[in-house]
Design a protein around this ligand. Structure first.
Ligand SMILES: O=P(O)(O)OC[C@H]1O[C@](O)(COP(=O)(O)O)[C@@H](O)[C@@H]1O
Length: 341
């Protein structure tokens, strides 16, 4: 029975208070990581504002240039990239970031910062003009090189397992910030009237199985036999095909409801489309913290992949644990032995 007296009331704990309470639970915590999460939350609020008025102030459409990935940069891609860099520079804890939108390592002029951030400032941005959900994806690592000097390649080319925090913002029918520092996953919903994120999804867990499979089936004739057979299996089981084509939205829905998301390799794109550092690592960290799995479809955990370049891509299989095991059983049975990374 719904308690009607509570309907419409915001949940009490703000993002700031939650972060502070968590920090107090760890006597060794210095507050630096907390500051980074607050900075990301602040930049997220600004991006949320820009997205919600994009159609009114000519922020839709592309800037007429391509990013390092060869993709058309949208105006909001550029704005989001600037906003996150500025927030993290001003916060002072991050010495460098790597971004899906930039070629190399961006030094933030905080040589004493002990953290690195990898970010996709606005994922799925080709959907902006048609008002579909988009997102920001981020990973936080501790730097390996000595504090005081510039960040090095080894600082940014760490395994997903080395993340100390990761998460995403989803700009959807409501805006959410979901993150983990390795102690479970918590989700916060933005109340625009108060300008605050409130804890709305404490201790998120993904169901062990579900009824949704998400894959762009357009080029399915190019997929490995295993992937094609798994899709056929999903159809025979009468699972529901759901694919927005905007990773954060597809991921978030499946995490809440139970499902699997696949972006496989094709002969033209032997490592798939999605970027290990900016997209896959953070979501793999979140799904594992929520009880699910993420692999490259050939038995290797995403979080075990050691990147050797900033913009490296990987085939991506992520979701509920039982569905992942089933998908891998098809894919591995027909896999060739050539390495995928
Ligand atoms: O159109 P496709 O090939 O299915 O790809 C969709 C995927 O590409 C992405 O849009 C990549 O995002 P960007 O274009 O922002 O890099 C993901 O969000 C999405 O899951």
């Amino acid at each position: 029975m719904v308690d009607k007296s509570k309907l419409g009331q915001p949940v009490g704990t703000t993002l700031d208070r939650f972060i502070k309470n968590k920090q107090d639970e760890f006597s060794f915590a210095t507050g630096e990581l907390s500051q980074i999460l607050r900075d990301i939350g602040l930049a997220g609020k600004i991006i949320n504002r820009e997205i919600s008025r994009a159609g009114l102030v000519d922020l839709g459409g592309s800037v007429g240039e391509q990013n390092i990935q060869g993709e058309n940069q949208q105006k909001l891609d550029v704005i989001a990239n600037i906003r996150f860099k500025r927030a993290l520079r001003n916060g002072g804890e991050v010495c460098a970031i790597v971004s899906e939108e930039d070629d190399g390592i961006i030094d933030l002029n905080n040589p004493h910062g002990r953290y690195i951030v990898a970010i996709d400032p606005l994922d799925g941005s080709s959907n902006i003009d048609v008002n579909v959900s988009i997102g920001t994806i981020f990973s936080v690592y501790r730097r390996l090189s000595p504090v005081g000097g510039p960040a090095l390649r080894e600082d940014v080319l760490q395994k997903g397992d080395d993340q100390v925090a990761a998460g995403y913002l989803l700009y959807g029918s409501s805006t959410m910030l979901v993150y983990s520092t390795g102690h479970g996953v918590n989700g916060f919903t933005y109340d625009p009237s108060l300008g605050e994120f409130f804890l709305s999804h404490p201790n998120m867990k993904t169901p062990t199985t579900g009824s949704i499979y998400s894959i762009n089936e357009g080029p399915s004739q190019l997929f490995d036999d295993g992937v094609r057979q798994y899709i056929q299996h999903c159809k025979e089981q009468q699972l529901t095909a759901r694919y927005i084509g905007s990773l954060v939205g597809d991921f978030h829905r499946n995490m809440l409801k139970g499902g699997i998301y696949i972006y496989p390799a094709t002969p033209k794109a032997p490592n798939g489309k999605l970027r290990l550092l900016y997209e896959c690592n953070a979501l793999a960290y979140i799904i594992e913290q929520a009880g699910g799995k993420a692999t490259n479809g050939k038995g290797t955990r995403i979080l075990d992949l050691l990147p050797n370049e900033l913009h490296q891509r990987t085939p991506f299989f992520i979701g509920s644990s039982e569905m992942m095991e089933m998908a891998e059983s098809f894919n591995l049975a027909t896999a060739d032995t050539s390495p995928v990374v």
